[in-house]
Design a protein around this ligand. Structure first.
Ligand code: G6P
Length: 604
């Protein structure tokens, strides 16, 4: 989603800003722009399209202060005009903004009535006019005063022609992080844009502002109370955000899965008591035993991971569990169960619907923990405790290693909840052993790459595909369909296998391939019957399985190693990533930047 970069120092700002924007490209955007302060004037360059299009429009510029933005359209179409930065009428104030100003219509009407002419259709432009109209001693005070009349979410940076040595930033709901250099300061909406310059950072809190100069920063609240923030060191290296020889980030991150799983398991499995140690949960055995229900909340792949988690919790701990899209939960005035454990699932820790669900839960006194990959992110901080996913930075819009680490973490949570109840030590030991075997098993599935690429190519012409699974295989089918849709744009629909005969079977013919998830579990015979039903209507079948299938039953078989049955969903998901990846690449799609999508969705 939208990205922000700012720079103040001794170097020419433009190359630093453009490089920062390139590092934020992965988040998804449709236009980009830069404003620098040159000879007492704000020079703005904007364009609809890619950052490289913006770079082509820019000339060498000695300016050492500037702000930049990648926009993902919300108010007004993607266009040069609507791209940020936005300026006030006197071209004195320039603003870049992430988030949504909810009372924008009202503010625009009010400003128009006062004679302001708007140059764009955006909510952000109203901020530039508002800040410029404040009668305040400092830029920070002007921003503070303007924000008092603003409702909604923002992460923003303000440049003032009259104050060349400073930038003012503010945050409410959309991340802003300051990067501390030597005689220079960096600003970004995501540490990805900073880590190749510095690892010393300061995360702003909601309701906080900062005045940033080349020499340092000062933070305060919207109420003008100083907040003394000390920098933290981020444990990330620049090469976490580089391709390192891979063709794209999705491929790189799929390949990193064995290592990512090993990291998530490290120090958390207890052989002696056949359980897991999850120190970050902040729940002692009594509190764990008091949990009567578990509910996972997330969006997109995080929601499907939650569904896999719910199955694991029911199976291993025998506690009722389910998953729900965070967006549905937050809007339906949910009944919050004081005896339930709610788990907010999010790679980025920024997804607005998930954050809002957490806030709704906290407001109603629900117990909520986070399962988050980005330390210090909004959801992680709002929850205060939880399961850190340890997947490492994920850049590809299509989630792979983060999703895998979500399910691995939920297996450990289920094991822990089970072992404080009636899961036997031997059953617990079986899961511990199964988890330890996972990195090696994933390695073996990844080694099947060439064969999966061949199968993907064979079916890449299909306009529609079914993904079928039941019980453990059902969230796997849903995640598989999601992956295919998002990166290849092939229409894919997931269905519970037994529901097929109640309607969707009418669609099955030679042009409608079905991917069937076939775990080697108690439901094997039922899943084989599903394949028969599809075959009988002439539908091609790709079986994803760890069972021995009767020869010739499926048109293609992708085999995964056999592990502990409860953990099957984790492994059965991996070939579906490769299938989607190779279908997208056979169709020539831009895999890391699927159309219309964003890595982290910070709007409703
Ligand atoms: C976006 C991404 C998905 C992701 C979802 C939730 O839609 O494109 O890949 O699953 O957001 O993101 P989160 O960061 O909360 O896991």
């Amino acid at each position: 989603m939208c990205g922000i970069v700012g720079y103040l120092g001794a170097r020419p700002a433009t190359p630093v800003l453009v490089e920062g924007l390139l590092r934020l490209e992965y988040r998804g955007y449709d236009s980009a722009g830069v404003a620098v302060l040159r000879a007492g004037k704000i020079a703005v360059t904007k364009t609809a399209g890619r950052v490289r299009d913006l770079r082509d429009k820019l000339t060498d510029d000695p300016a050492t202060v500037g702000i930049a933005h990648t926009r993902w359209a919300t108010h007004g179409e993607p266009s040069d005009r609507n791209a940020h930065p936005h300026l006030d009428a006197d071209l004195r104030i320039a603003v870049v903004h992430n988030g949504i100003i909810e009372n924008a219509e009202q503010l625009r009407a009010q400003l128009t009535a006062e004679g302001v002419e708007f140059a764009s259709e955006t909510d952000t432009e109203a901020l530039a006019h508002l800040i410029a109209r404040q009668d305040a001693a400092t830029l920070e005070d002007a921003v503070r005063a303007a924000l008092r009349g603003v409702e909604g979410t923002y992460g923003l940076v303000v440049l003032d022609r009259a104050r060349p040595g400073e930038l003012v930033v503010a945050r409410n709901g959309s991340p802003i992080v300051l990067g501390i250099g030597d005689g220079e300061m960096f600003i970004a909406s995501d540490v990805a844009a900073l880590v190749h310059h510095t690892q010393q950072v300061v995360f702003l809190d909601d309701g906080e502002l900062a005045t940033v100069t080349a020499a340092g920063f000062r933070t305060s609240t919207l109420e003008a109370r100083l907040t003394n923030k000390t920098p933290t060191t981020v444990d990330l290296a620049a090469d976490d955000y580089e391709l390192g020889g891979h063709t794209d980030f999705m491929r790189k991150e799929m390949a990193e899965q064995p290592e990512a799983i090993a990291r998530a398991l490290r120090g958390r499995l207890d052989e002696r008591f056949a359980t897991a140690h999850l120190g970050g949960l902040g729940l002692d055995p009594m509190a764990l035993r008091a949990v009567k229900r578990v509910k996972f909340l997330g969006c997109g792949s995080a929601y499907y991971a939650g569904q896999m988690g719910a199955t694991l919790v029911e199976e291993l701990a025998r506690i009722p569990a389910d998953a729900e899209p965070a967006s549905e939960f937050r809007y339906r005035n949910p009944v919050v169960d004081p005896d339930a454990l709610y788990v907010a699932v999010s790679q980025s820790g920024e997804t607005l619907d998930t954050l809002a669900a957490v806030q709704e839960l906290r407001r109603k006194g629900g117990r909520v923990i986070g399962a988050v990959n980005v330390v210090g992110s909004a959801i992680a901080r709002e929850c205060g405790s939880g399961l850190f996913l340890h997947a490492g930075p994920e850049v590809s819009v299509a989630s792979t290693k983060a999703l895998t680490n979500m399910t691995v973490s939920f297996a450990m949570l289920a094991l822990l909840l089970g072992r404080v109840r009636d899961l036997s030590a031997s059953a617990g030991q079986r899961i511990v052993t199964g988890l330890r075997a996972l990195p090696g098993h994933v390695e073996r599935v990844l080694a099947d790459d060439a064969d999966i690429a061949r199968i993907a190519k064979r079916f890449a012409h299909a306009e529609h595909m079914f993904f079928l699974g039941r019980v453990r295989g059902w969230p796997v089918a849903r995640e598989g369909a999601q992956k295919l849709k998002e990166i290849s744009y092939v229409h894919a629909e997931a269905y519970q296998s037994a529901e097929l005969k109640h309607g969707p079977l009418a669609l099955v013919d030679a042009n409608m391939p079905s991917v069937v998830i076939v775990p080697a579990d108690d439901l094997l015979a039922k899943n084989l019957a599903t394949i028969e039903q599809v075959k009988a209507r002439g539908g091609p079948v790709i079986a994803i399985t760890n069972a021995e299938l009767p020869s010739g039953l499926a048109d293609e078989v992708i085999r995964v190693p056999r592990g502990e049955p409860e953990l099957d969903p984790i492994l059965l998901t991996i070939p579906l990533q490769l299938l989607a990846y190779h279908t997208a690449s056979a169709l020539g799609r831009d895999i890391d930047k699927p159309r219309n999508l964003a890595k982290s969705v910070t709007v409703e």
